[in-house]
Design a protein around this ligand. Structure first.
Ligand code: SAH
Ligand code: SF4
Ligand code: F3S
Length: 493
C-alpha cells in the first residue's frame, strides 16, 4: 500500500461525499429494517492472526457502535489488543460535537502517521460522527492521505466489506452515505462487564441550532418494540444486571411508527416486566417527556429514579435561539411534575454557556435555574460553533474570557450542590450494584446506587455484578464511601 499512489482520481470511485445540504432536506422516506445481516463466508477468517484496536471518542452511542464493530471484527477472526505496536488495524471512532473533540482526533492522526510510516502494512480507519462531515473528509483525504479508510455512521455494518477493499486496493476507501440510514438488526456485539447498552432509536430530528448530531446521525428512527424487547430478554438471560437504553432523544421513541401507537412510556412499561434488575435510559429531551412516561417511572421497580434531563440554558430567550422548543417556565413545570410523582428522583443535566449573544443576565438565569432544580451533577460546556449549523452563523459578541469565567462559576455551584446532595446519604443504607474494583485502590469496590451515585467500599471481587446494601459513612463531593452491610435478598422487582 504505497501512499504516493493515492490521488484524488484513485479514491473518487468510492467517494460519495457527505453533504450537510442533503441532510437538511430530510424527507419522509420509509425506514427499512434489515434482518438479514451476516458476514460473508469468505470474510469470516479474514482477521486470523491479526490484531485490532479501536479508539472511541464521544458519547455512549459511539461506545456502543464500537461494541458492534468489535463483534464484527471478532467474528472475522481478529483479536483485540491495547498495544498500538501490535495492532494490524486501528480504527478511530470519532466525535464531532465540539471543536476540541475533533482536535483530539487530528492530534492522534498525527501520532499514527509515524506508526504507519514505520509499518506500512498497518491499516488505519476513521469512522464515527466526524466522517459524516464534508470538511473533515476533505481534510483527511488531502492532508492525511496515509489513512486507509473512512466510513460513516450509516456504514458500520459494511465494515467487513470495507476492510477487504482497503486491504486489497491501493486507494483510500471512503464510504459515507448521507442517506438517512436504515435500521440494521442482528449485528454481532461484544459486550463486557455487568452493564449493557441497548439502542432503542437512532438519529435526531430536533435540529437544535448549535448541534451537529442531526447531520451526523441521520433521521430519527425507532427500532421495532419486539426487537428491543427480544434483545433485553436475551441480555437478562445472559445475566446482565443493568441495561442503559440509548437514543439522542429517547422520549421521541415511536413517534415515527405509523402503524402502531406505541411510545417510550409503553416500552418502559414492557421492559419493567422483564427480569433485569436495573434499567436506565439516556438522553431525555424535556420536550417529549409525557405524563404516561412519568406515571410508568413512578412505579419504580427495575426503573431507576435517575433522569438525565438536559436543560442547556435557564433563559427562555436563549432556549428560543437554541430552538429547544420549551421555555424556562415549561422546564420548571416538568421538573415539578416529575418530583411530585417521584419524590426521591435525582436529576442531572447538560448545560451550554456562552451561546452566541448570551448576556450576563441570561447566564444568571441559568445559575438560578440550577439552584432551583438542585441538579445532582451536570455536564457543562462552552459553546463551540459547528460548521453548517444555524448557530454558527449567529453573531457572537461574548468574549472567550467571559465564557470561561461563566463556566467556572457554574461548575463551582454544581460542586456545592453535589456535596449537599451526597451529604443527605450520610449514615443511610443504600442499595448498590457492584461494577468492579476501584481504579485508585484495589482494596475498594466501585458501585452505583439506584440514583447513579458513585459508592466505594471494601469488599472482595466475588461481589462484582451483585447488588448489596452499604452503609454510607464518609461523604465527598463526587463520591461517597461506606461499609458493606449485607448482600441484598431477592429484590422486589
Ligand atoms: N441528544 C442530547 C444531547 C447530545 S449531545 C440532548 O438533546 O439532550 C450532548 C451535549 O453536548 C448536549 O446536551 C449539549 O449540552 C452539548 N453540545 C452539543 N452541541 C454543542 C456545541 N456546539 N457546543 C457546546 N456543547 C454542545
Ligand atoms: Fe443535538 Fe438537540 Fe438532537 Fe440533542 S436533541 S442531539 S442537542 S439536535
Ligand atoms: Fe459525538 Fe456523535 Fe455522540 S457527535 S456526542 S459521538 S452522536
Amino acid at each position: 500500500m504505497t501512499q504516493s499512489t493515492k490521488t484524488d482520481k484513485d479514491y473518487s470511485i468510492y467517494f460519495q461525499p457527505p453533504s450537510l445540504k442533503d441532510a437538511k432536506k430530510r424527507g419522509k422516506e420509509d425506514i427499512q429494517v434489515h434482518y438479514d445481516f451476516s458476514i460473508p463466508e469468505e470474510l469470516q477468517g479474514f482477521g486470523k492472526d491479526k490484531y485490532y484496536m479501536i479508539r472511541t471518542y464521544g458519547c455512549q452511542m459511539n461506545e456502543h457502535d464500537t461494541e458492534t464493530m468489535k463483534g464484527m471484527l471478532e467474528a472475522m477472526g481478529f483479536q483485540s489488543t491495547d498495544d498500538k505496536q501490535q495492532a494490524d488495524l486501528i480504527l478511530l471512532n470519532t466525535c464531532a460535537i465540539r471543536e476540541n473533540a475533533e482536535d483530539k482526533v487530528f492530534g492522534e492522526l498525527g501520532h499514527l502517521k509515524t506508526l504507519k510510516t514505520e509499518r506500512p502494512s498497518l491499516l488505519l480507519g476513521v469512522c464515527g460522527c466526524m466522517s459524516q462531515e464534508e470538511a473533515v473528509v476533505n481534510r483527511i483525504t488531502q492532508k492525511h492521505p496515509f489513512v486507509d479508510m473512512i466510513f460513516g455512521t450509516h456504514n458500520i455494518h459494511r465494515l467487513p466489506q470495507l476492510l477487504k477493499e482497503a486491504y486489497f486496493s491501493k486507494e483510500m476507501v471512503v464510504e459515507v452515505w448521507s442517506k438517512e440510514g436504515d435500521i440494521i438488526e442482528n449485528l454481532p456485539k461484544k459486550r463486557e462487564g455487568v452493564k449493557a447498552w441497548v439502542n432503542i432509536m437512532y438519529g435526531c430530528d430536533k435540529f437544535c441550532t448549535y448541534c451537529i448530531v442531526p447531520y451526523t446521525r441521520g433521521k430519527e428512527r425507532s427500532r421495532r418494540p419486539q426487537d428491543v424487547l427480544a434483545e433485553v430478554r436475551d441480555l437478562a438471560r445472559q445475566g446482565f444486571q443493568e441495561i442503559m437504553l440509548l437514543g439522542q432523544n429517547v422520549n421521541a421513541y415511536g413517534k415515527d411508527f405509523d402503524d402502531i401507537d406505541y411510545r417510550f412510556g409503553d416500552l418502559m412499561n414492557d421492559i419493567s416486566k422483564i427480569d433485569i434488575p436495573r434499567v436506565r435510559f439516556t438522553t431525555s429531551h424535556p420536550r417529549d417527556f409525557d405524563d404516561h412516561l412519568i406515571e410508568v417511572l413512578s412505579r419504580k421497580g427495575n426503573l431507576m429514579e435517575h433522569i438525565h434531563l438536559p436543560v442547556q440554558s435557564g433563559s427562555s430567550a436563549i432556549l428560543k435561539k437554541m430552538s429547544r422548543k420549551y421555555t424556562r417556565e415549561g422546564f420548571l413545570e416538568l421538573v415539578a411534575k416529575i418530583k411530585k410523582a417521584i419524590p426521591d428522583v435525582v436529576l442531572t443535566t447538560d448545560i451550554i454557556v456562552g451561546f452566541p449573544g448570551e448576556t450576563d443576565e441570561q447566564f444568571e438565569e441559568t445559575m438560578s435555574l440550577v439552584r432551583e432544580v438542585q441538579f445532582d451533577s451536570a455536564f457543562t460546556f462552552i459553546y463551540s460553533p459547528r460548521d453548517g449549523t444555524p448557530a454558527a452563523a449567529m453573531e457572537d459578541n461574548v468574549p472567550e474570557t467571559v465564557k470561561k469565567e461563566r463556566l467556572q462559576r457554574l461548575n463551582e455551584l454544581l460542586t456545592e450542590l453535589s456535596l449537599q446532595s451526597n451529604q443527605k446519604l450520610q449514615n443511610q443504607i443504600v442499595e448498590v450494584l457492584v461494577e468492579g474494583q476501584s481504579k485508585n485502590n484495589p482494596d475498594m469496590l466501585s458501585a452505583r446506587t439506584r440514583t447513579n451515585k458513585l459508592v466505594h467500599f471494601k469488599g472482595g471481587l466475588e461481589l462484582v455484578g451483585k447488588r448489596v446494601q452499604v452503609l454510607v459513612n464518609e461523604v465527598q463531593t463526587w463520591l461517597v464511601k461506606g461499609e458493606l452491610i449485607k448482600k441484598s435478598d431477592k429484590q422486589a422487582i
